[in-house]
Design a protein around this ligand. Structure first.
Ligand code: ADP
Ligand code: ADP
Length: 229
């Protein structure tokens, strides 16, 4: 599903590569934690998958497509098939829960009937049934992140990228967030989650890919946050 072959990324005016000969394969349906200190290249890795950045070397394939051969007008189509969740939720403040989720389908031209059917289903999947009419500022951080996950998932993306999704959420609430991500993963969606949250990584026992100075220093199935030798 995601294939990096010797990928190098060097930002302008940086002397050190943000990603340095990174090779990794993520299969359809996998759940992968991307860990490593701040500045190790996690966000760069996620941005390259979305073609928000281009590599300076190597090759990237996403869902069988060589991103270097993907014309610019096809990039929105790629991004449509990849859901994104961020540390800071990024909800539309003037839309309620239902409207935030529905909007993701309206902008890609889905029929109203379809929207009315699937939005409540996804709101239920993330555990927000009964809260469809709340505004974002009437929700806790954990609930706002559930809305963000519903919005990211409502179009049934093949990949869900999560950048520090529990970064602004207390540990008890984070467990619920991870249950939703796990539920989404079980539908067959490939999940890649960048995180500093050691407790979460240790509790899930999923694949762990660790970056350090732009290099993969560990790739462990059923791994933990810290190095376990
Ligand atoms: P992480 O997500 O692990 O914190 P990043 O991918 O954001 O790491 O950053 C990796 C390196 O690339 C860091 O040295 C960072 O300062 C640099 N970097 C990230 N984005 C940019 C950018 N847009 N321009 C220049 N340097 C960047
Ligand atoms: P976070 O990992 O906290 O989400 P990011 O690494 O995504 O943060 O960086 C946030 C924004 O700042 C991005 O748009 C990124 O391109 C930019 N950025 C990050 N590091 C640098 C840098 N060293 N120089 C310039 N821009 C940067």
């Amino acid at each position: 599903m995601i294939h990096f072959d010797n990928v190098i990324k060097v930002y302008a005016n940086q002397n050190r590569p943000a990603l340095d000969h990174v090779s990794v394969d993520v299969d359809k349906g996998e759940f992968v934690f991307l860990v490593g200190p701040s500045g190790s290249g996690k966000s760069t890795f996620l941005r390259l998958i979305l073609k928000e950045e281009r590599p300076n070397g190597g090759a990237i394939h996403v869902a069988g497509k060589d991103l270097s051969r993907l014309s610019n007008f096809k990039v929105p189509h790629l991004r449509r098939r990849i859901g994104c969740v961020f540390q800071d939720f990024r909800l539309l403040p003037n839309k309620n829960v239902y409207e935030n989720v529905a909007f993701a389908l309206e902008v890609i031209g889905k029929p109203r009937r379809f929207i009315r059917k699937v939005v409540p289903e996804v709101i239920e999947l993330v555990g927000l049934e009964g809260k469809a009419h709340r505004m974002p500022d009437e929700l806790s951080g954990g609930e706002q992140q559930r809305v963000a996950m519903a919005r990211a998932f409502v179009n049934r993306p093949m990949i869900l990228l999560a950048d520090e999704p529990t970064g602004n959420i207390d540990p008890a609430t984070s467990i619920g967030i991870m249950k939703v991500l796990d539920r989404i993963n079980r539908t067959g969606t490939t999940v890649v989650m960048a995180t500093h949250d050691a407790a979460i990584v240790d509790s899930m026992r999923k694949r762990v890919v660790e970056l350090e100075d732009g290099k993969i220093v560990r790739d462990q199935s059923r791994g933990v946050y810290g190095q376990a030798y």
